[in-house]
Design a protein around this ligand. Structure first.
Ligand code: TPP
Ligand code: MG
Length: 400
């Protein structure tokens, strides 16, 4: 069993209450009780713990933000949380079928990363992809339609939970083969460098995938050619039901690139994630790849078929919720800066709930894809793909 105290306290050196005191270094505007926050008003926030660096100088713990961004973080993360909880219910009522991997607990990674980059930068991830898609500007209706296999889904209802895409804002999926998205991400970063885009790629993978050979092969090429690639290891401490210590000789994933620099980040602190991603983007554009290990946690089981409580204790899960929850962390900051009252935040959550329910209702109206759609989006159009029989002599079909 994972070391419970270590997991819970790894990112909280002090209690939540005393922590929020040290976090606030700007004067909070007592008068600003409405949501008409000032976009230009700069606040400075201290990250929960310092960054731990490998082969590089770590960035500062002091992060700049604005009132608008802080409140925006709360809204985005609460929306993601609600979307995942609703997906859980839809799965249980059999409106979502097949695989479904939820992201609740890990929201700070998606939100913090997005805050540091632009849509010219690319993201590619594994199957735990719903919230990354939302972060890239995908809509709730597209997300729920995809989950329920409907035509209005972001992959036309043909991808499902594991294969969300939004290419027009640099999101390249949504991949089911563990680790396989990392070499693809390195390919994206190669294209960015080749085309002189001045943009970077975030290739995300889990602690389980971190032990795969293809990751190191791709990293070698990325380092050799100084590609603008950021490898983001979302360390939620389990690969399915296997705790990291049972799978990895060294679970210090930020150091696993050896000659490639790395940074360990509190992945439950959206501002630490933002700071790390900003730092990483500047780094890779000049010096080639870096690894960011995000220390995070998933509340749900691995997928909907895993209750998530056989290989870890309930105390461990509730301990992380109480001490490190990413949404609660932001709520405390909003309150400490007096940007909203507790009631106003609760009302915002009610609104979010309604927004999610409305999106589900709309997604349910979306029809299933036509059967002819089975043959589209499989191969690139115009390549004249032909299908042969087993004898390979007779052409049986020419795919559209
Ligand atoms: C090549 C390959 N091997 C095994 C699997 C089955 N599998 C799916 S998810 C998973 C665990 C991966 O864990 P991790 O990388 O930590 O990601 P997390 O689910 O925690 O986000 C495994 C073994 C797979 N999909 N692909
Ligand atoms: Mg994992």
């Amino acid at each position: 069993m994972m070391n419970l105290t270590k997991l819970i306290s790894s990112a909280s050196s002090s209690s939540a209450a005393s922590r929020s005191k040290t976090l606030i270094s700007s004067s909070s505007s007592l008068l600003n009780r409405s949501f008409s926050t000032d976009d230009s008003k700069v606040l400075t926030i201290e990250t929960s713990i310092p960054f731990t660096a490998h082969n590089c100088e770590p960035p500062s713990r002091t992060v700049e933000t604005t009132e608008k961004e802080l409140l925006g973080f709360f809204k985005e993360m609460a929306l993601m949380r609600r979307m995942e909880i609703a997906a859980d219910s839809l799965y249980k009522s059999k409106l979502i079928r097949g695989f479904c991997h939820l992201y609740d607990g890990q929201e700070a990674v998606a939100v913090g990363m997005e805050a540091a980059i632009t849509k010219k930068d690319c993201i590619i991830t594994a199957y735990r992809d719903h919230c990354i898609f939302l972060g890239r500007g995908g809509t709730l209706v597209e997300a729920f339609s995809e989950l329920m296999g409907r035509r209005d889904g972001c992959s036309k209802g043909k991808g499902g939970s594991m294969h969300f895409y939004k290419k027009d804002s640099g999101f390249y999926g949504g991949h089911g083969i563990v680790g396989a998205q990392v070499p693809l991400g390195i390919g994206l970063s190669f294209a960015q460098k080749y085309n002189k885009d001045e943009a970077v790629t975030f290739a995300m993978y889990g602690d389980g995938a971190a032990n795969q050979g293809q990751l190191f092969e791709a990293l070698n090429i990325a380092a050799l050619w100084d590609l603008p690639a950021i490898l983001v290891c979302e360390n939620n401490h389990y690969g399915m039901g296997t705790a990291e210590w049972r799978a990895a000789k060294s679970p210090a994933y930020y150091k696993r690139g050896d000659y490639v620099p790395g940074l360990k980040v509190d992945g439950m602190d959206a501002f630490a994630v933002k700071q790390a991603c900003k730092f990483a983007k500047e780094h890779v554009l000049q010096k080639g790849p870096i690894i960011l290990e995000m220390d995070t946690y998933r509340y749900h089981g691995h997928s909907m078929s895993d209750p998530g409580s056989t290989y870890r204790t309930r105390d461990e899960i509730s301990g992380v919720r109480q001490e490190r929850d990413p949404v609660e962390r932001i709520r405390k900051l909003v309150l400490a800066h007096d940007l909203a009252t507790e009631k106003e935040l609760k009302d915002m959550e009610k609104e979010i709930r309604k927004e999610v329910d409305d999106a589900i209702a709309q997604a349910k109206e979306s029809p299933m894809p036509e059967p002819s759609e089975l043959f589209t989006n499989v191969y690139v159009k115009g390549f004249g793909v032909e299908s042969y029989g087993a004898d390979r002599k007779e052409v049986r079909a020419v795919l559209p």
